[in-house]
Design a protein around this ligand. Structure first.
Ligand code: CP
Ligand code: NVA
Length: 311
């Protein structure tokens, strides 16, 4: 029987059960197939998504907006200069008022506590479209991609190379819930937060998954099914860019590193990528790379999240 997720906020993968994750993936797969078959599914006709952005976006904005259109609904973009989140009125009032107009809110914010505050005061579901702590809609699209390529998720060996940032946190939570074996390789000072590892511990024990943190990328990628990386400098950290560029030398995904993983390993990146930094252009364009499938799957996964929490 389907799990009822109507009204549920999605602030972190950690908030979802394994069963809810699979339900979102199954609905996403169905919606993708039906879209490809040319079917018109107006299941969100008359529904509106309010999208708050404190930071720039290509994928998150367009995938949610196009997704709403495909489902017969509508999305409203509220950029940094529209509602001036945090500067014009309280976040509490924004949540209360906006949720009187729309059926769901998606927000991309600097501080995670802002999405928590929106969720606290909103009467409609709030979806985190990226905060400094997590990026759950990204990881739902990524899980869909891994399942499409590898046919299953449990037992998948996934290596994350680089900065243990918001994307890495969400991947850790997903690995813990679904029983994946995860390795990370991070420079000193950029390892996963203790709080994240503590939060994920019980789920790893329950699912039979594992997590190991290495210093050297070469150790982390051995025999892996998936190699994942993200930018060294996330949005909001621009002042640290030069320092980070120096500290992350040696953490770039190149073909030499890819060859140390399984021969059919897939390479993932949430994008936007910096080809002179964390990922070689050659790798991005190689047969191992699934970066553009990942980007597309954002939309299918988000449509599924919207359907699950709105209807
Ligand atoms: N991956 C991702 O969230 O991309 P955008 O920043 O372009 O939305
Ligand atoms: N870690 C990156 C992800 C961008 C989609 C950032 O927060 O900027």
């Amino acid at each position: 029987m389907a799990i009822n997720m109507k009204g549920k906020h999605l602030l972190s993968i950690h908030d979802l059960t394994k069963e809810e994750i699979y339900q979102i993936l199954d609905t996403a797969e169905m919606l993708k197939l039906r879209l490809y078959a040319g079917e018109n599914i107006s299941i969100l006709a008359g529904k509106t998504l309010g999208m708050i952005f404190q930071k720039p976006s290509l994928r998150t904005r367009v995938s949610h907006e196009a997704g709403m259109t495909q489902l017969g609904g509508h999305a409203i973009y509220l950029g940094p200069d529209d509602i001036k989140l945090g500067r014009r009125e309280t976040t509490e009032d924004i949540a209360i008022v906006l949720s009187r107009f729309v059926n769901a809110i998606m927000a991309r914010v600097f501080e995670h506590k802002i999405v928590e505050e929106l969720a606290k005061y909103s009467s409609v579901p709030v979806i985190n479209g990226l905060s400094d702590f997590s990026h759950p809609t990204q990881i739902m699209g990524d899980l869909l991609t891994i399942r499409e390529k590898k046919m299953h998720l449990e037992g998948i060996k996934i290596a994350y190379i680089g900065d243990a940032n918001n994307v890495a946190n969400s991947l850790i939570f997903a690995a813990a819930k679904l029983g994946m074996d995860m390795t990370l390789a991070c420079p000193e000072g950029y390892e996963p937060d203790r709080k994240v590892l503590t939060m994920a511990k019980a789920d790893f024990e329950m699912s039979g998954g594992s997590i190991k943190v290495f210093r050297e990328p070469e150790e982390a990628v051995q025999e892996m099914d998936v190699i994942y990386t993200d930018v060294w400098t996330s949005m909001g950290q621009e002042a640290e860019r030069e320092e980070r560029r120096k500290k992350f030398q040696g953490y770039r995904i190149d073909m030499r590193l890819v060859k140390m993983a399984k021969p059919d390993a897939i390479v993932m990146h949430c994008l936007p990528a910096h080809y002179d930094e964390e990922l070689d252009y050659e790798v991005a364009k190689s047969p191992n790379s699934v970066i553009y499938d990942q980007a597309e799957n954002r939309m299918h996964a988000e449509k599924s999240i919207l359907v699950n929490v709105i209807t």
